[in-house]
Design a protein around this ligand. Structure first.
Ligand SMILES: [Mg+2]
Length: 252
């Protein structure tokens, strides 16, 4: 819930949540349930160094994050970024790789680099599940809570979730690149709830992005919880959790 005070400042309050009627929880994927190890910075540094001047992960990591933010600013919020340019998601990743190269002033040729990185991120072995994920999902399912995924991701996500053996527990996996719409748009939440034949009022969405997950869910009428694993939002008025297992307290 967002309100303006008398001075025109926006104040955010955690929205009231009637946990008695909680029927479903939807989860973001990256940073919420799964992560990649080696990190994107390490993977980029490895492949950049193979194709051009040697670079270290600590040089590439911040550039990767800045390039991601820059690409994000260029896309229309809520519109599926991977289909926002001609050529679809591979073309989007090509533009991203060129953004990284230009910010690094790096000499690697972008096309072989894109090919190597696209293959590297398809490797099941780089994806990991946060330790408490599976036990939390199983405990929720055991209490009769219905589970789904809503993720801004390209078409590779369903295979990644399958390879991590966490697909089966979800009733539905909604992926932005399939939908043509992404969080924070209410539309991607609405479509998921419609598929589950469930109302927004009896659903909570859990994710690590204040904008895409928390505000997106609240604007769509769902309850929201922000997973803040690195304590970036301490003292801010989000319903914060630092581990997925804390959701069990919300469910009661
Ligand atoms: Mg995320």
């Amino acid at each position: 819930m967002v309100k303006a005070d008398g001075l025109g400042n926006v104040i955010r309050y955690p929205s009231p949540m009637t946990t008695n009627h909680l029927a479903a929880i939807t989860f973001d994927a990256g940073g919420t349930m799964i992560y990649c190890d080696p990190s994107p910075g390490e993977l980029y540094a490895h492949h950049l160094s193979r194709l051009g001047r040697p670079v270290q992960a600590d040089e590439v990591g911040p550039i990767f994050r800045d390039a991601w933010a820059a690409m994000q600013r260029r896309s229309v919020p809520g519109q599926d970024r991977y289909n926002s340019i001609a050529g679809g998601e591979l073309a989007w990743w090509g533009a991203f790789v060129r953004e990284v190269l230009s910010r690094l002033d790096h000499d690697a040729p972008w096309e072989p680099l894109l090919e190597d990185l696209y293959a590297a991120f398809c490797e099941a072995s780089i994806w990991k599940v946060f330790p408490e994920t599976m036990s939390t999902l199983e405990a929720l399912a055991g209490r009769g809570v219905r589970l789904a995924v809503i993720s801004n991701w390209d078409r590779r996500l369903p295979d990644i979730l399958r390879s991590l053996h966490i697909s089966e527990i979800f009733e539905t996996v909604t992926v932005s690149s399939h939908e043509g719409v992404e969080k924070p748009s209410s539309e991607i939440f609405r479509r998921t709830l419609e598929r589950m034949e469930i109302s927004a009022e009896e659903t909570i969405h859990v994710g690590d992005s204040p904008l895409e997950d928390y505000s997106g869910a609240e604007n769509a009428g769902l309850g929201a919880a922000l997973i803040d694993r690195h304590e970036l939002f301490v003292g801010e008025l989000y319903r914060r959790i630092s581990s997925l297992s804390e959701i069990l307290d919300l469910v009661g």
